[in-house]
Design a binder for this molecule. Structure first.
Ligand code: MOS
Length: 749
């Protein structure tokens, strides 16, 4: 469904300031309920599928009795290994093409490797009938003792030697001889994404082709994966994801429920809807894995880092090798001649982990930025000063200049806005209204890259413009920023721009992940606008009775939506040029190439930031609150400050959840996530949200794209948890190295 121009807020006269804060053009659709999310699609004759989930975490299925379920009212089929039909694995490829984290298709064998693994699925006329049918399927198992140990021993790693992610100098020797050293281990727990919108699939099959409405952050990849799994040519699969009620990484890659829905639709020749329950969300659609990270720092007495070692381990599932990538930011954050970052994985009987809200760097920076705080205390140095003293001139890991790095300015601006100069370093020394305050700081960074993108821009004879690409708006403002870009480059009101996303029938676009979509899509859209203009100029030049006839196309320009002569003032609205030629549209196809993994890159491209947090601590009533956060973000040029600020504020709130609340607990006996609901899995809410002061430095990063935009989102979460635990130390004297903060640990200290 295109976003109708009439629903977008009209802006007259056209405002060409590209950095004007704008509300989202999809806002009206959302608040009126007109926006169609995946599970809103109800197709004629549609059936409902409900999976049967394994109730053991390790073992084999010895029998599966479906007879009772099959006789229940409304039940149309019960699918399992023997009758679902062929489902294939996806061939391995490098990079994010045909990518998925859980590679085993559903029902491939009788082995159960995690609690909640789908062992069957019941399809019925109504959802309630399918639920009742699923309950009536009787499964017996030969159960084995699952491995759910938390705390990892390097001896348990799948490879004896960890993977070296970054290395320079001789960190072991430098650490041995350093005047001041720190050797500590930090851990972050399993966390579950918990977007409010549940994962869902609505699958249909017409005898030849699938149409799959999916909760997807990456429809193009989803299509590649599902075509392979279902064994049909790629042109016989269309994946649609118009709106997403957030994904947080949990909807980046396809999961097995989508394959079940599609297989059932094909088998029954009727549309099938499958909505993953909140409980299942804790089991079978990914999670952030538990991480354990040892940090060793060596420094001179003045605080110059001479050695940095970061050794991380994360859990993964029994079959899939998910590496969290904790050391993503380690190699370039600080200057030191001697550094090594390694990583390894251990297997546990859990569902396959996946990217979650800033994978890698977010848990990695919890460890690194906690260690920097501990080192500052050892050195009796201000933690801001310690960071300033170790600012690198280039990315020493890649030995490349930074495209744009203003970390020092982030720290200084943040310190200024926070009032850091008033901080007294002694533990518990700061009070306000009788309440103990803690002030903490952490640096943050996030990788900025472009992904391959194609886009189409149509200048139409009714004066509107349609821009389309198969990326998605996952709630972050992609619809709006594309409308703005087109409005700005053509000089027309934003209300005349239709943006169409989230459909594999559009030109291939990137995943909405890594906070990379904006930087990737913008250059392709600008290119498409340019191509469309060239077509328009050729049409204008062949139009009799206008000032442009007999002109060369190169002599023409477009300004404020009008074709003009570069040399003169003649100006004709572009729609009139099209109308005179009986053309519906001038269509430009644009593209931009990805930069990820490009060995010819001459720059290290990242966003940076500084996070300052204040906590209030009231031991008498066991209350810890985050009362204030100041965040300064160097995220390139900010195209729309309104959703950008909104992204950072949301990320800060998630960071509070990460620091204080979020943790998925598995019962070590059975592997069941114990707190598998929103009552027991605590996420930060409005009541937990402090004053959040967001500043963007707004330095365009022209290495990434012509507008200098990098991307906003995950950077806002990076650094928040350590800023908070550093503040907790300042208030209480308790160093929290294992997230989340537990109030009892603060009280017993
Ligand atoms: Mo994000 S965790 O790359 O969706």
């Amino acid at each position: 469904m295109p976003l109708a121009a009439s629903l977008a807020p009209p802006v007259f006269p056209p405002q060409l300031d590209d950095a004007a804060p704008r509300p989202r053009i999809d806002g009206p659709l959302k608040v009126t309920g007109a926006a169609m999310y995946t599970s809103d699609f109800n197709l004629p004759g549609m059936l409902y599928a409900v999976p049967v989930c394994a109730t053991i975490a390790s073992g084999t299925i010895t029998s599966l009795d479906t007879a009772r379920a099959e006789r229940m009212p409304g039940v149309k089929a019960v699918y399992h290994r023997k009758n679902v039909g062929k489902l294939f694995r996806v061939a391995p490829v490098a990079g994010f093409s045909s990518y998925l984290d859980e590679r085993r298709p559903p029902f491939e064998d009788d082995t159960v490797r995690y609690y909640g693994q789908y062992v069957a699925a019941v399809v019925a006329l109504t959802y309630e009938q399918a639920v009742a049918g699923a309950r009536a399927v009787k499964v017996t198992y030969k159960s084995e003792k699952p491995d759910l140990r938390d705390h990892f021993d390097p001896a348990q790693m799948t490879d004896r030697e960890p993977k070296v992610d970054s290395h320079r100098g001789d960190p072991d020797a430098a650490f041995q001889t350093a005047a001041i050293t720190l050797d500590q281990t930090y851990s972050t727990p399993t966390e579950t994404h918990n977007p409010i919108e549940l994962h869902a699939s609505v699958a249909s099959w017409d005898g030849q082709s699938f149409t799959l409405y999916e909760t997807s952050q990456a429809v193009v990849n989803s299509r590649e994966v599902l075509s392979q799994v279902l064994g049909v040519p790629i042109e016989n699969v269309r994946v649609i994801s118009r709106f997403l009620g957030s994904g947080f990484g949990g909807k980046l890659w396809p999961w097995t429920h989508a394959m079940i829905a599609a297989a059932a639709a094909r088998n029954l020749n009727r549309p099938v809807k499958l909505v993953v329950s909140r409980e299942m969300m804790f089991q079978s659609v990914g999670h952030r894995p538990e991480t354990q990270q040892r940090i060793r720092l060596g420094a001179t007495p003045q605080g110059k880092l001479v050695a940095l070692m970061h050794d991380s381990i994360n859990h993964t599932s029994i079959l899939d090798d998910y590496a969290e990538g904790c050391s993503e930011a380690t190699g370039y954050s600080y200057s030191t001649s001697n550094l090594r970052a390694t990583s390894g994985i251990v297997r546990r009987n859990v569902g396959t982990p996946t990217s979650m809200r800033g994978p890698g760097a977010v848990p990695g920076l919890f460890a690194l930025e906690s260690a920097m705080d501990e080192l500052a205390i050892k050195l009796n140095l201000d933690p801001v000063a310690l960071r300033l003293a170790n600012e690198p001139e280039k990315d020493e890991g890649l030995n490349l200049p930074f495209s744009s790095r203003h970390f020092v300015e982030c720290l200084k601006t943040g310190a200024e806005r926070f009032g850091w100069a008033d901080r007294t370093p002694a533990v518990g020394s700061m009070k306000r209204d009788g309440v103990t305050l803690g002030w903490g700081v952490a640096g943050c960074s996030w990788i900025a890259v472009r992904m391959d993108t194609t886009a189409s821009v149509e200048l139409r004879d009714d004066g509107t413009v349609r821009v389309s690409t198969a990326t998605q708006d996952i709630g972050t403002g992609t619809y709006t920023v594309l409308a703005q870009t087109v409005s700005r480059t053509l000089g027309i009101p934003i209300g005349r721009v239709d943006v169409v996303l989230g459909d594999t029938s559009l030109p291939a676009g990137p995943m909405s992940g890594g906070s990379w979509a904006t930087a990737s899509v913008i250059p392709a859209v600008i290119d498409a606008v340019e191509q469309a203009k060239q077509i328009l100029f050729m049409a204008a030049a062949q139009t009799d009775g206008t000032p442009f006839s007999k002109q060369r196309p190169e002599a023409l320009a477009l300004a404020n939506g009008r074709v003009t002569l570069k040399s003169g003032s003649a100006a004709v609205p572009f729609e009139e040029v099209l109308q005179k030629n009986n053309l519906r549209a001038a269509v430009g196809q644009g593209k931009s190439a990805g930069t990820m993994g490009d060995p010819s890159l001459k720059f290290s491209t990242h966003s940076f930031g500084a996070q300052f947090a204040e906590v209030t601590w009231e031991p008498e009533i066991a209350r810890l609150r985050v009362s204030r956060v100041v965040t300064v973000i160097d995220g390139g040029h900010i195209l729309n400050p309104k959703p950008a600020r909104n992204q950072i504020e949301g990320a800060v709130v998630m960071g509070i959840g990460m620091a204080l609340f979020e943790e998925t607990k598995y019962d070590p006996r059975f592997g069941v996530p114990i707190n598998n609901n929103l009552a027991d899995y605590i996420v930060a809410t409005n009541a937990d949200s402090p004053q959040i002061d967001v500043t963007f430095l707004d330095y365009p990063d022209l290495v990434l794209n012509p507008l200098g935009a990098r991307g906003i989102g995950e950077i806002g979460l990076a650094g928040i948890a350590p800023a908070i635990t550093n503040a907790v130390y300042h208030a209480t004297g308790v160093r929290v190295r294992e997230l989340p903060v537990r109030i009892e640990d603060l009280l017993t200290a």
